[in-house]
Write a protein that binds this ligand. Structure first.
Ligand code: UDP
Ligand code: MG
Length: 312
């Protein structure tokens, strides 16, 4: 199978028939073998009935329905696991992404050898204040922190080599950082393509301004996990030791001055409290690192590696 098109959807009943007709037209014109995976993320409208009808009319359209709303990441992850195509393309259900981009994205993976190609909504049709401006800031921060040079990290329209989606796990709200996750899994050839973006035709957006706060916290998590997830003691242990030593030196100096010069009581020096605090915090950090190390020791994926090539 050439292409799996994974579409996460939550209450998008009006858009689905038009979206599927459009995708069908594009893939048939290009002669691709394909499947459309509609992942219903616990919709409360008639989305699932629509999916059933679409499936009845065209068996290449498949559906998965969650019992409740788990979020876009969960829907994508489920779609990734089920996908059978050599190339996997994800697309929002709301007709904001254009299926006309599919052939070019497909070629960038198969012909140009990209592992992952992300869409770039260079001209964007969303509200300026709540989406476009914060999104620019957010993308710039992510570029700097992660080193993945994409203009539009969170674009719903993306294409992947099948191996990529089978190797990564998207959980929580990490769908915003799939290119970062892919890069850390060792997939280096990440590209982008300017894509057409359209106004939402039906329904409403499912994400509000909180996305930027949560998005930032997720970025911190992902940076931490990728860097220290398997060796937490290296971070907590060194910070803790450093703090403890600073505190110890301060306390030692105060004690020395007290014993030999007897000029003042230790508790009369404000720096005494700083030294005390530094020693306590240092110990706590060290113990945190120790606990984290015990946890990561028993993580089931502690020795899970992705093998690229092998000669035997
Ligand atoms: N979506 C989902 N589960 C959710 C929220 C959103 O599957 O909990 C889907 C939604 O139906 C759409 C896509 O994710 O297909 C992008 O959502 P939306 O269009 O609301 O985001 P925006 O375009 O405003 O960033
Ligand atoms: Mg949208």
């Amino acid at each position: 199978m050439d292409i799996s098109i994974v579409v996460p959807l939550f209450n998008e009943e009006e858009s689905l028939p038009e979206l599927c007709r459009w995708i069908e037209r594009v893939v048939n014109d290009n002669g691709y073998t394909y499947e459309i995976l509609l992942v219903d993320d616990g919709s409360t409208d008639k989305s699932w009935e629509t999916v059933e009808n679409l499936h009845a009319a065209n068996p290449n359209i498949k559906g998965i329905k969650f019992r409740r709303n788990y979020g876009k990441s969960a829907a994508l992850n489920q779609g990734f696991q089920a996908a059978k195509g050599k190339v996997v393309i994800t697309m929002d259900a709301d007709l904001q992404d254009s299926p006309d981009e599919i052939p070019e994205l497909y070629k960038m993976i198969t012909r140009d050898g990209f592992d992952l190609v992300s869409g770039w909504k260079k001209r964007r049709y969303d509200s300026k204040l709540t989406k476009n401006i914060p999104s620019k800031l957010y993308n710039a921060t992510t570029r700097r922190l992660s080193g993945v040079k994409l203009h539009d990290m969170n674009c719903g329209l993306k294409a992947y080599r099948s191996e990529v989606v089978k190797s990564i796990e998207v959980y929580g709200e990490m769908h915003r950082y799939i290119p970062v996750i892919a890069k850390w899994a060792g997939f280096r050839k990440i590209g982008e393509k300017v894509v057409e973006h359209r106004k939402r035709k039906f329904g409403i957006t499912k994400f509000g301004w909180e996305r930027f706060i949560n998005g930032f916290l997720d970025l911190v998590t992902i940076m931490f996990v990728s860097k220290f997830g398997k060796k937490p003691m290296h971070l907590f242990g060194s910070l803790g030791t450093l703090l403890f030593l600073i505190g110890f030196v301060i306390a030692g100096y105060l004690a020395w001055a007290r014993i030999f010069f007897a000029a003042y009581k230790m508790t009369e020096r404000p720096i005494f409290y700083f030294g005390l605090l530094a020693m306590i915090l240092g110990t706590v950090l060290f113990m945190t690192g120790f606990l984290a190390e015990l946890i990561s020791r028993s993580a089931p994926d502690r020795n899970h590696y992705l093998i690229e090539k092998e000669l035997s």
